[in-house]
Design a protein around this ligand. Structure first.
Ligand code: PMV
Length: 324
C-alpha cells in the first residue's frame, strides 16, 4: 500500500443542478453541463496506514472533525473494492477560497477519489471514479473530466462524460470574488429545503431537460449567443427556486448584482460574455478570449469586488508526482 497525490479543478455549471432525487445515494434530480476552471486547483494526498482505525483529514492545514463522514464514505467505497480496511491520512489544500461558492467540494472529492484509488493500486475508469466522487458532492462527478462535461440522469444512476475538450472551444472564465467567507448554508441542506418548500421546485425539475439539451446543442455548435441565453436562464431560474425556498436561500450580495449588471452592459456593447452564479456570492463571467481583458478590467472596478481570477478551461483530475 502506498500514497498518491492528485490534482483536480473545480467546475462551474452552465446548465445548473439543484436538488436530489435520492439523498442517500446523492443522486441529482436533474442533469448538468459544466466547464472546468483550470486556474483553480485542489491538491490532495491520500496515504493508507495499516492499523489506523479511522481516517484523518487535514484541509488547508486544519484537521477536520473526525465525523467528516463524506470523505470516509468515498474512501469506504474504495476500501471495499480493494478489500482493505486501513484508515487513511488525507491532506488537501485549495489555492482558492474554500466553501465560498467556488466549487471547492467538486475539486476536493475528485482529487480525493483519484488519489485514494491510486494509493490502493485500483485501476478504476474515470466513469467509476466519477460515480464514487458523486457520493461526496454532486458536482464532483464532473471534475473527473476536463473541458465541457455533461452529467445525465440515467435510470437509477448518472453518466458523466466530456463533450468537448478545452482546446476545442477555448472559452475563459473571469471569476469576480466578492467574499472569502464560507457560505452560510451548504448546498446539500439548501437543496433539500428547496425540494420541500420552494413553490418553483417542481417546475424547475420538469423544465430542466429542455435547458440541458439546448445548452448541449449550443456547445456542440459553438453558438456563444445561444449558450449565453440558456446558461443565464438556467442560473436565474435556479436562484428563483432558491430565493422562494423557506427560509430563503439568498446567496447574492449587492456586489453580485452589480457584477450581473456589468456583464449585461458589456454584452449590450457587443462583448461575448455571460454570467453564472452558484451557491455563493461570486460571479463567474464566461467569455471568449477576445473579451477577457475588458471583462476582467470591468469586473475588477465593480464596487465590492475583492479581486478577479482569470481562468482557462481545466483538464480532468489527474495524479501528480509533485508533493509540494
Ligand atoms: O456539488 P453540490 O452537491 O455541492 O452542488 C452544487 C450545486 C451548484 O453549484 C449550485 C450547481 C451546480 O450544478 O454545480
Amino acid at each position: 500500500m502506498r500514497e498518491a497525490t492528485a490534482i483536480a479543478h473545480p467546475n462551474v455549471a452552465l446548465i445548473k443542478y439543484w436538488g436530489k432525487r435520492d439523498s442517500a445515494a446523492n443522486l441529482p434530480a436533474v442533469g448538468s453541463l459544466s466547464i472546468g476552471l483550470g486556474a483553480l486547483s485542489t491538491r490532495t494526498t491520500v496515504r493508507f496506514e495499516p492499523g489506523a482505525a479511522a481516517d484523518t483529514v487535514v484541509l488547508n492545514g486544519n484537521e477536520l472533525p473526525a465525523e467528516n463522514s463524506k470523505v470516509t464514505l468515498c474512501l469506504d467505497m474504495l476500501r471495499q473494492i480493494a478489500g482493505v480496511d486501513a484508515g487513511a491520512v488525507v491532506t488537501s489544500a485549495n489555492d482558492f477560497p474554500t466553501g465560498a461558492g467556488l466549487a471547492s467540494s467538486a475539486s476536493g472529492y475528485a482529487a480525493l477519489v483519484t488519489a485514494g484509488a491510486a494509493a490502493l493500486d485500483l485501476d478504476l475508469s474515470s466513469q467509476q471514479l466519477s460515480a464514487i466522487a458523486r457520493t461526496g458532492s454532486g458536482s464532483a462527478s464532473r471534475s473527473l473530466f476536463g473541458g465541457f462535461v455533461l452529467l445525465r440522469n440515467d435510470g437509477d444512476d448518472t453518466t458523466c462524460a466530456p463533450v468537448l475538450a478545452p482546446e476545442e472551444w477555448p472559452l475563459a472564465v473571469v471569476v469576480a470574488v466578492t467574499s472569502d467567507e464560507p457560505k452560510a448554508v451548504s448546498s446539500r441542506y439548501g437543496m433539500e429545503q428547496s425540494r420541500l418548500t420552494s413553490p418553483y421546485y417542481r417546475q424547475w425539475v420538469d423544465g430542466h431537460d429542455a435547458d440541458l439539451e439546448a445548452g448541449l446543442r449550443c456547445v456542440m455548435e459553438r453558438d456563444f449567443a445561444g449558450l449565453a441565453a440558456v446558461a443565464e436562464h438556467s442560473c436565474l431560474k435556479m436562484h428563483a427556486v432558491m430565493m422562494a425556498t423557506r427560509p430563503p436561500l439568498l446567496y447574492w450580495s449587492a456586489a453580485t448584482m452589480a457584477c450581473l449588471d456589468a456583464v449585461r452592459a458589456l454584452r449590450g456593447e457587443g462583448e461575448e460574455v455571460f454570467f453564472t452564479v452558484d451557491a455563493g456570492p461570486q460571479v463567474k463571467a464566461v467569455c471568449t478570449a477576445a473579451a477577457i481583458d475588458r471583462v476582467a478590467g470591468t469586473l475588477q472596478s465593480v464596487p465590492g469586488v475583492l479581486r478577479v481570477i482569470v481562468s482557462h478551461l481545466g483538464d480532468g483530475a489527474r495524479l501528480t508526482d509533485d508533493h509540494d
